[in-house]
Design a protein around this ligand. Structure first.
Ligand code: PMP
Length: 407
């Protein structure tokens, strides 16, 4: 019999604890480097001007209503999303080998993919291999759908770069037919991505092991400012003829965090019966979607769809992406310059070679504690900082504080 007495208390999400402590802190120079959302140079949330424009147009639409979207979501949105991540000239799109479902942002897409794989994987269920470290939610999501979890080395704490050999060696010895979770770009939490040559080798090893690639793409365009560059790995794998899936989030690149716009794409392998495969997969995804959310949320998808499907708005969006990624790249430079200027022990080149929202600084738990208690600078215990929390007003203070703490 179920009894609430048997429910143990779950550990508090460390990020929530950090946010609460930051909020309570009354020090005027306090700095939040934990946040996973873009902030402008005044540490304020930024509504992309193109999103504001689309939002205004949408609100003026006299035909706008609040009906349910179809189970698979807004068709104009999912079709444009396929093109965005796979490339408009993708062989998979041309050959109609892609099934796309609108999801509750990237988290929902990862979950839908996990639930789908878990339901149809052969017994004994193969493991899903994820990078060590990875976005903490990956562990929870795939555990919830009962997939066995294994990890591959990813980050070298010595070089603060990719542990490429460790990664390749783990993937090479993984049981044949495993699922390999890969961050398409701007790896969270390390900010370290493979180079294109390294991706080619990863593809080789994944193919040799008959593994199934699962791409999590949460930062397209936000990482480098170039949508094609940030989707390069996904497109390369598709070109190599893999059957694979992609979880796509529009939280960061459109700043649509709370609107929960995202998509899940399943790309079937090239072959004569691709149409049949696509319709079987779509029929099963529809059942999962129906039982979990019935119909995806409409508003964010309408905004994204309007921008993705309009040439001028799309160009404007690309400019907004450059504004965000450019500011972050500038902050990486400024932070590294200041750390070096203050002769902070250690090397700091990783700050500028890492990419995207986050940087794995190499600061240890003790140093993170000192930065919080003495300097009022908040970051996760693993030394991850959100570059979006840095700005021209606080970068010197943060660098000075880190320097004093490391010395
Ligand atoms: N995957 C990764 C790696 C992420 O960093 C995030 C955002 N923190 C997501 C997926 C999904 O985020 P959301 O559900 O807000 O789209």
């Amino acid at each position: 019999m179920f009894t609430a007495d048997n429910v143990p208390r779950a550990a508090e999400d460390p990020l929530f604890g950090l946010m609460a402590a930051y909020k309570k802190d009354t020090f005027d120079k306090k700095v939040d480097l934990g946040i996973g959302a873009y902030r402008d140079d005044n540490a304020k949330p930024w509504v992309l001007p193109v999103v504001k424009k689309a939002d205004d147009l949408l609100r003026k639409d006299p035909d706008l209503n609040h009906e349910y979207l179809p189970i698979a979501g807004l068709a104009d949105f999912t079709t444009a999303s396929q093109k965005l991540v796979l490339g408009a000239d993708s062989p998979a799109i041309r050959e109609k080998r892609v099934v796309s479902f609108q999801t509750v942002s990237g988290t929902g897409a990862v979950h839908l993919g996990g639930a789908f794989l878990s339901k149809f994987l052969p017994q004994p269920t193969p493991a899903i291999y994820m990078s060590s470290p990875t976005w903490a939610n990956h562990n929870q999501i795939f555990t919830n759908v009962r997939l066995p979890i294994k990890s591959y080395p990813y980050f070298s704490s010595e070089t603060k770069m990719l542990d490429f050999e460790g990664m390749i060696s783990a993937l090479s010895s993984a049981t044949k037919g495993s699922i390999i979770l890969l961050h398409a770009c701007a790896h969270n939490p390390t900010g370290v991505d493979p180079t294109q040559d390294q991706w080619k080798k990863i593809a080789e090893v994944v193919k040799a092991g008959s593994h199934f690639p699962f791409f999590d793409c949460a930062y397209q365009g936000f990482a480098s400012g170039d949508l094609a560059k940030d989707a390069w790995a996904v497109r390369y794998f598709v070109e190599q003829g893999f059957e694979l899936c992609v979880a796509q989030s529009y939280a960061k690149n459109f700043g649509l965090y709370g609107e929960r716009a995202g998509a899940f794409h399943f790309v079937t392998a090239p072959g004569s019966d691709a149409q049949d495969t696509v319709s079987r997969i779509a029929s099963q995804l529809a059942i999962l979607q129906r039982s979990e959310i019935s119909n995806p949320p409409a508003y964010g998808a309408r905004i994204a769809s309007m921008i993705l499907n309009d040439e001028n708005l799309f160009k404007e969006w690309e400019r907004d992406l450059k504004t965000m990624s450019g500011r972050i790249i500038e902050m990486r430079k400024a932070f590294r310059d200041k750390l070096e200027e203050f002769q902070t022990p250690g090397t700091w080149n990783h700050i500028t070679s890492q990419i995207g929202m986050f940087s794995f600084t190499g600061l240890n738990e003790k140093q993170v504690g000192i930065l919080k208690d003495k300097w009022h600078i908040y970051m996760t215990k693993n030394g991850r900082i959100s570059m979006a929390g840095l700005n021209t007003h606080n970068v010197t203070y943060v660098a000075e504080s880190v320097s004093a703490t490391v010395k």
